[in-house]
Write a protein that binds this ligand. Sequence first.
Ligand SMILES: Nc1ncnc2c1ncn2[C@@H]1O[C@H](COP(=O)(O)OP(=O)(O)OP(=O)(O)O)[C@@H](O)[C@H]1O
Ligand SMILES: [Mg+2]
Length: 298
Amino acid sequence: MYNAFFGFKESPFNLSPDPTFLYRSQVHEEALANLIYGVQSRKGFIVLTGEVGTGKTTLLECLRDFLESQFIEFAFIFNSRITADQFFEMIAYDLDLRCNRNSKTEVLFALNHLLIQQANENRTSVLIVDEAHNLEWEVLEEIRLLGNLENRRGKLLQIILSGQPELDRKLEAPNLRQLKQRIVLRCGLQPFREDETIAYINYRLERAGMKDQTVFPLEIMSEVHLRSQGIPRVINAIGDNLLLTVFATEQRAATLEMLDEVCRDMRLEWPGRRTRGERGRYSPESFDTPPSLYTRGD
Ligand SMILES: Nc1ncnc2c1ncn2[C@@H]1O[C@H](COP(=O)(O)OP(=O)(O)OP(=O)(O)O)[C@@H](O)[C@H]1O
Ligand SMILES: [Mg+2]
């Protein structure tokens, strides 16, 4: 809505996991390098975890771009609330396996055939599962069994499980200890530090077409960091709403009053937030809790 007003080619704070907007914070850079290294060196199981909205799916999309550029076969399962049968069907679909996709036996045969063929050509294949914290035990067990396929040069299928921190807790369950033992690489995403939040906002604005931005003064960006706790999705939501307000009021830059209003509309909570009750004091119970985001209409 405001793109023409600010001269943006694209919306700077889009909520989609677009790899072309990737800001390479140290943690994101390391995690992506680990994912690529894990696949290339045929490590087998790799786990990527991070709090809600810290950029897991975005990194997986970057990995997808890398795999495509290297012509590496992969299946990408992004809906993890599935049965074991659906799981095999989705793998068969993604890897274009020529078999009856509703028969687990046929899918396994075709998959095995593909993996051996790839391995003979010194290539590997990858299975990516996003939102893996939601996987049923039965599906996790099937994934573990797929991870057993190997030849003398390494694992035939590289498996990346990505999910919220519950995934780590799930993998601690006694019935999953075999799977846990096979995890060779773990990457964890963290929210941005304050300097990274500032660099991230500047980067997204520049990437969208606004060089040397002045719409977000430094003190506003610091305040956005505090209120978002450095979580990229929350920063994007605040940034988008702030731009809309600046546009609607035809101002040059975002102000603290605008930020207050945006946070109120978003019903955003953050540590140390001033309680807007009659007493107007800081709410002690809101310290040390992660920010929660309710968007309009929730
Ligand atoms: N390093 C980054 N660079 C650019 N944008 C990012 C980065 N990390 C996250 N984002 C942005 O933040 C938003 C949330 O990212 P994403 O959907 O990847 O998070 P997630 O960890 O998968 O969240 P969830 O736990 O809800 O699945 C997206 O708009 C994404 O583009
Ligand atoms: Mg995600």
